[in-house]
Write a protein that binds this ligand. Structure first.
Ligand code: SAH
Length: 464
């Protein structure tokens, strides 16, 4: 982040613009939204500028900008539409201590003006470090559409009510009250008219005052295979409301970013065969936080019900009568099979599919190999990298065809996704050679659909 976003206090401060043409006009339109004292230096100002000066929106000085003109100014805009003049004026402004922006000249500017979505007092600033103004405008248009015009009004009325809300205890109770206001009762009252909002707030506060403190609760949330867009809407909402997030190693940073900013984030990352937070510690953490009344998100990769040791955690909190629910997620097998354009089941090929783990707590896991060795069987093997040779040996021993297709998908749904196409005969060697370091899912009995074979070899960036 080369440019750090901040909101500048402008009340009573000076902002100086040099120039009176189109470049100056476009900056002035947004600057006039602020409470700054704006001064424009222009020998030949556009008519809009003279009108704004006449109506007291800004001060116009009808001459070119010069020494002393930026004394005590917070910001300076060089909008002369002339490189030499921009350079001359910027040098003066910089020497006089103003922060300088030269229109359309990122390199010589000390700050940039973001694209703005204005629902005053809610202001959203969008910046791309000058890299993609078109993208910034598209995001702005999208937000303009999505955020109701009434948002600003709700925030303004809400602001005036802040002191009244202190009647509720600090922390969760107050947060619940405001959430209810902004996302439920506020918008509802607004549809009847602005004058209904304040009475609605009073009523809401009374109802929240009589509410007993919320009980602690655990949401077991499936975080999906890694791509944040594969989170469910329920998972997003749970993350948004969480007081505490307890997450596993495979949860991607992009997903953790979505958690409520104030949430306590606890990493209990576990690695197969490697160092880990013990299950007992995780259970104890769940109980301890829930007993303080926290809304906990227990975030597990994929679907929490698949090789997630979910039952142990549920049993641990059940003993203490702590409430819980499960939010399903997309399991690695679904993401992996999608990435090779295949189906997990297919009429006439396999009417069932197995989810296997390569190893369990005791080591390599045993299964009904004879059953699996039959023609057409399909299995999704989780945690199957280290056990590849073992699985291969067992299947061959039970008469499986050496040519049975095997596809290993590493980092399914993530930008670093890799697909290894092999056979039962070669799977162990090929896997060892591929040296995969990310999570990998082995699809036994499935090859990438022919048409996709070439596509999977193209790096993802080139597919965008
Ligand atoms: N609950 C998870 C599985 C946890 S076990 C789920 O439903 O997906 C961890 C194993 O899941 C890993 O060893 C790997 O086999 C698989 N896995 C998880 N994320 C993956 C991904 N993005 N790509 C490939 N395999 C993944």
């Amino acid at each position: 982040m080369d440019h750090f976003p901040i909101f500048l206090a402008t009340a009573g401060r000076r902002i100086v613009v040099s120039g009176g043409g189109d470049a100056a006009l476009s900056k002035l339109r947004i600057l006039m939204k602020s409470s700054a004292r704006i001064t424009v230096f222009a020998a030949h100002p556009a008519t809009e500028i003279t009108t704004w000066a006449a109506t007291g929106k800004l001060t116009l000085v009808r001459r070119t900008f010069d020494h002393g003109d930026t004394i005590c100014a917070a910001l300076f805009y060089g909008a002369n539409e002339d490189d030499a003049e921009d350079k001359r004026t910027a040098a003066i402004a910089r020497a006089e201590g103003a922060l300088v922006n030269i229109v359309d000249n990122l390199g010589d500017s000390q700050f940039i003006t973001p694209a703005i979505v204005d629902r005053d007092p809610v202001t959203i600033a969008i910046g791309t470090e000058g890299a993609a103004p078109v993208l910034a405008r598209a995001i702005k248009a999208d937000l303009e559409e999505r955020l109701p015009q009434s948002l600003g009004t709700l925030a303004r009325i809400g602001k005036a009510f802040r002191t009244a809300s202190y009647a509720l205890p600090f922390g969760r109770a107050r947060r619940d009250f405001w959430r209810d206001y902004y996302f439920n009762s506020g918008p509802k009252a607004m549809t009847e008219g602005e004058e209904h909002v304040r009475p609605a707030l009073d009523a809401l506060l009374e109802s929240h005052k009589t509410r007993t403190a919320r009980d602690g609760h655990v949401a077991f949330v499936g975080g999906g295979p890694g791509d944040p867009e594969l989170l469910t809407l329920k998972a997003r909402r749970a993350l948004d409301e969480a007081d505490v997030v307890i997450y596993d190693r495979l949860i991607s940073p992009e997903i953790l970013e979505l958690a409520r900013r104030e949430a306590v984030m606890i990493d209990v990352g576990k690695e197969g065969f490697g160092p880990s937070t013990s299950q007992e510690t995780i259970n104890a953490l769940l109980v301890e936080h829930a007993q303080t009344g926290a809304q906990i998100v227990r975030l597990k990769s994929g679907d929490a019900t698949v090789f997630g040791r979910l039952d142990e955690e549920i049993e641990a909190i059940d003993v203490h009568g702590i409430g819980w629910h499960i939010v399903p997620g997309i399991t690695a097998a679904s993401a992996a099979v999608a990435s090779i354009g295949q189906s997990l089941t297919r009429r006439g090929r396999n009417a069932s599919v197995r989810f296997l783990t390569g190893h369990d707590m005791k080591g390599f896991a045993d299964h009904d190999w004879a059953q699996l060795a039959r023609q057409g069987e399909v299995a999704a093997i989780y945690m199957g990298k280290k056990s590849a040779r073992f699985v291969q040996g067992r299947l061959l021993m039970h008469g499986a065809d050496r040519a049975t297709p095997v596809t290993v998908i590493e980092n399914a749904s993530r930008p670093e996704q890799r697909v290894l196409e092999t056979t039962l005969n070669r799977m162990a060697e090929d896997l060892a050679e591929a040296n995969m370091t990310g999570p990998a899912l082995t699809l036994y009995g499935l090859a990438p659909r022919a048409a996709l074979q070439t596509v999977t070899e193209i790096p993802l960036e080139e597919m965008a």
